[in-house]
Write a protein that binds this ligand. Structure first.
Ligand code: HAM
Length: 416
């Protein structure tokens, strides 16, 4: 018997409505990134493994467990874009040409995680990286940009969680204090965290094990490790966010699972998702450049996870709205209907038609399913009077208009 094939676990097939929506999100994000002065780059899917072990950190889940390695080679499918953008920046010595760059990228990322709702092995990022400035205004800008993208695509309910890890020496101090606090409670931690405690204590904080989380939650992690400068900078950033009317929650337990972060870290979550509730995340990574063999240059950025965004937007929001559906009451009017359809498309509107000889009721159902804003109905009476019915599907009102005025009338209505 012939076997049946399925998509690989942890990957998703986008059906047509999702593909359209996916493209629309990409386009809207592109426009907003450009408006903020970011330039698009497209980098390969294959990178050297060491780029991520040095960049993201050897003792991180991504590097320890999740990298897809090409057999027999020291090459992996990229698990994230930040280390890669910095590789590109250093490879081309861009710092010698300009002291500040703003990049964005769109594309697939790969992590060999155990698949579950919102956790995939192939997923897509919209990522933004601003390289060359340590200003809190650029931290504020990327958060503002991230919110503008999410607002534009209809993610209305979201929470911004923000924290600071402090500069490299604050972070080191934090790591030592954390280790001291956890060492007495080693027995309560999972086996992985016992090892993490030795090699990279910060990673204990984002362990998903319930018992480890209980231990971590009982610790007071507030700003004690911060030097005055980092503390002031963080307070200034929070006050900037207030000025921009961006609500946030100060979350001292937020450390992020990638080692390159220093100072600001943030995550945007949605309560419409389950345990994988982060739709985007980012922060400052002032030491990454140096870990990859480059000069000391500060940078900050974020990435949004597109599949999680697709999950939280309802079908109605996701349905690509069709501008117009042309319905005919009698088969005899089909030819005229088909010609009106072409006129509407030629005027630049999206339009569709009934190719299945459905009743008017059936055609209206199809129009609704396709998310049509307007339906043009060609009836017997109207046909005689060179007119047609224009039905507004959003408020269910309808009016009779002349054929030759249809396009102008549509233009007026589409603008309002
Ligand atoms: P990240 O938190 O690993 O950060 O990923 C960013 C977003 O990608 C997450 O918030 C989530 O929405 C989505 N995501 C991550 N893993 C998966 C998965 N397995 N399945 C589905 N979606 C996922 C980074 O990658 C950093 N490079 C972000 C950054 C840019 N930081 C500074 N610049």
């Amino acid at each position: 018997m012939m076997r049946k094939f399925f998509n690989v676990r942890g990957t998703s097939d986008f059906k047509p409505s999702e593909t359209l929506f996916f493209q629309e999100i990409n386009q809207q994000s592109r426009n907003i990134c450009k408006k903020f002065g970011y330039e698009e780059i497209s980098l390969p899917i294959l990178e050297e493994r060491e780029l991520f072990s040095k960049g993201v950190g050897e003792v991180t889940d991504i590097v320890e467990r999740q990298m897809f390695k090409i057999e027999g080679k020291d090459i992996v499918l990229r698990p994230e874009g930040t280390a890669q953008v910095i590789r590109y920046y250093l490879q081309n010595s861009l710092y010698k040409q300009n002291d500040f760059y703003k990049f964005f990228y769109l594309g697939p990322m790969f992590r060999g995680e155990r698949p579950q709702k919102g956790r995939l092995r192939q997923f897509h990022h919209i990522g933004v990286e601003a390289i060359g400035s340590d200003s809190i205004y650029i931290d504020a800008e990327i958060i503002c940009l991230c919110f503008e993208i999410l607002d534009k695509i209809g993610v209305t309910e979201k929470e911004l969680k923000i924290n600071t890890l402090g500069c490299a020496s604050d972070k080191e101090k934090f790591s030592v204090t954390l280790k001291q606090a956890l060492i007495d409670r080693k027995d309560e931690l999972c086996q992985d965290c016992e090892k993490r405690l030795e090699k990279n204590p910060l990673r204990v904080i984002d362990c998903k094990n319930k018992q480890c989380q209980k231990v971590v939650n009982s610790l007071n992690l507030e700003m004690d490790h911060l030097c005055p400068d980092c503390k002031n900078r963080f307070n200034d950033l929070m006050s900037l966010l207030k000025d921009m009317n961006i609500d946030y929650t100060y979350s001292p337990h937020l450390v992020r699972g990638l080692d390159y972060y220093t100072n600001t870290v943030f995550e945007i979550t949605s309560n419409k998702l389950g345990s994988q509730d982060a739709i985007g995340a980012g922060g400052r990574y002032n030491n990454l450049m140096k870990s990859l063999g480059g000069p000391e240059i500060p940078a900050t950025g974020f990435a949004l996870g597109l599949e999680r965004i697709l999950l939280i937007l309802s079908d109605i929001q996701r349905a690509k709205k069709l501008d117009c559906f042309v319905a005919v009451m009698d088969k005899e009017n089909a030819k005229l209907g088909f010609s009106i359809l072409r006129d509407i498309r030629n005027a630049g509107f999206s339009a569709d038609f009934d190719y299945k000889n459905k009743s008017l009721k059936g055609q209206l159902r199809v129009a609704q399913k396709k998310g049509a804003k307007f339906v043009v109905i060609l009836g017997e009476e109207e046909y005689k009077n060179n007119s047609l019915v224009l039905k507004n599907m959003e408020n269910s009102t309808q009016e009779i208009i002349k054929y030759n005025e249809l396009i102008e009338e549509l233009k007026i209505r589409m603008k309002s």
